[in-house]
Design a protein around this ligand. Structure first.
Ligand SMILES: Cc1cc2nc3c(=O)[nH]c(=O)nc-3n(C[C@H](O)[C@H](O)[C@H](O)COP(=O)(O)OP(=O)(O)OC[C@H]3O[C@@H](n4cnc5c(N)ncnc54)[C@H](O)[C@@H]3O)c2cc1C
Length: 337
């Protein structure tokens, strides 16, 4: 394989219902940083139906070029048409690197692409870099999160990686940024479209996704299975926060998986993260240590969570949370009066 034929960094710009997902902007941010180092361009791949109007958003976020495949078969995500479109783009354009968000869609698409393109895929990366031989250094937790492994794809191109939402930083949006938008015609083999979307049911949710919350109050085993989480919810209400948890409480059936922070849950980066009764296992830290300000409440002063926290309170979470709630409520009432 002549590796020199492969140029540029491509990002799969995932959109759902005409809304570009945050992870696409984050990946474009990271891709721009990597591209600068190897003097290459960032190209976003935008697939969908009647989505061309979204392309400028990707340029404003840092893409130099947007390849748009607009076809009715791409209206909703279905593996086969999406895989055919990207395989066509990769085979005709030969990118050096392809980045995909590790969303449910990206996790379905990535392995399919890597098999069809006969190249490697490193899933769920937490950091990306490029070495002097232009190998993409793809770092991800290994052995249950106990060590970080840096993986390279030396023999094959493109180098492909999925990255979890919330891990990379997006660039500042520049609406005046100029770039090229190109429509690509894909010769779809529709005889291979074995799956049809019959019905779509969107789960109605009243809660904000924890990855979008500015303030998170997270509870662990120390909060317990009694009324501990009700106390956290009460505090959350007073400061307009969302409640999340460690895996221990998801395993205990107290919290749903979508509220789990950590390596096998979600990566969050709120302005303020309360870690209540959470020990600070490496798999939990992997999902929250980038938070701007961390307040840990734990009765064990040697708990590892205190090593990453900006403020630590040693004590019983069942006593401290109600006191905090009371004090904040009193402040609110004072302001109102
Ligand atoms: C492959 C793999 C993936 C994993 N993925 C995740 C993940 O995504 N997210 C995750 O969170 N974990 C994950 N884990 C599990 C992780 O290793 C820990 O087991 C888990 O994070 C522990 O949760 P915890 O801190 O709530 O509980 P514990 O470790 O049991 O800690 C409870 C803490 O509460 C304190 N405490 C007890 N009572 C009180 C009280 N009354 N007041 C104040 N403090 C109190 C204790 O001192 C202790 O520090 C994963 C593990 C593996 C092997």
């Amino acid at each position: 394989m002549d590796k020199n034929q492969y140029k540029g960094i491509y990002v799969f710009a995932e959109q759902r219902g005409g809304v570009i997902q945050n992870v696409a902007f984050e990946l474009i941010g990271k891709a721009s940083e990597l591209a600068e180092g190897i003097k290459e361009e960032v190209t976003a791949i935008l697939l969908g139906y009647q989505v061309e109007g979204l392309a400028q958003q990707l340029i404003a976020a840092g893409a130099d070029k947007v390849l748009v495949v607009d076809d009715e078969c791409l209206k909703d995500y279905i593996t086969e048409p999406y895989a055919q479109a990207i395989v066509h783009i990769v085979n005709t354009r030969k990118p050096e690197i392809v980045l995909i968000g590790a969303t449910t869609i990206g996790r379905d698409l990535g392995p399919r692409l890597s098999a069809r393109l006969c190249t490697g895929l490193t899933a769920d990366c937490t950091s990306l870099d490029i070495d002097e031989d232009r190998n993409l250094l793809m770092t991800r937790p290994a052995f249950g999160g106990n060590l970080m492994a840096t993986i390279i794809c030396k023999e094959h191109r493109p180098q492909m990686s999925t990255v979890r939402p919330g891990v990379m930083h997006r660039k500042e949006i520049d609406p005046s940024r100029k770039g090229e938008i190109e429509k690509v015609e894909v010769p779809f083999d529709r005889s291979k479209f074995a799956v049809r979307l019959i019905k779509r049911e969107v789960e109605t949710k009243n809660l904000i996704d924890i990855t979008e919350a500015n303030v998170l109050i997270s509870g662990g085993r120390g909060v317990g299975t009694g009324d501990g989480f009700d106390k956290l919810r009460k505090l959350a209400k007073t400061i307009n926060a969302e409640v999340s948890s460690s895996r221990a409480m998801v395993d205990a059936g107290i919290m749903p998986h979508e509220r789990q922070v950590g390596q096998t849950g979600k990566t969050v980066r709120p302005d303020l993260y309360f870690a209540c009764g959470i020990s600070g296992a490496i798999q939990h830290l992997a999902g929250m240590e980038e938070s701007d300000f961390i307040i840990a409440i734990n009765k064990d002063k040697f708990a590892p969570i205190f090593q990453v926290s900006d403020m630590g309170i040693v004590g019983d979470v069942h006593k401290i949370i109600p006191i905090l709630t009371e004090k904040i409520e009193a402040l609110h009432n004072k302001k109102k009066a």
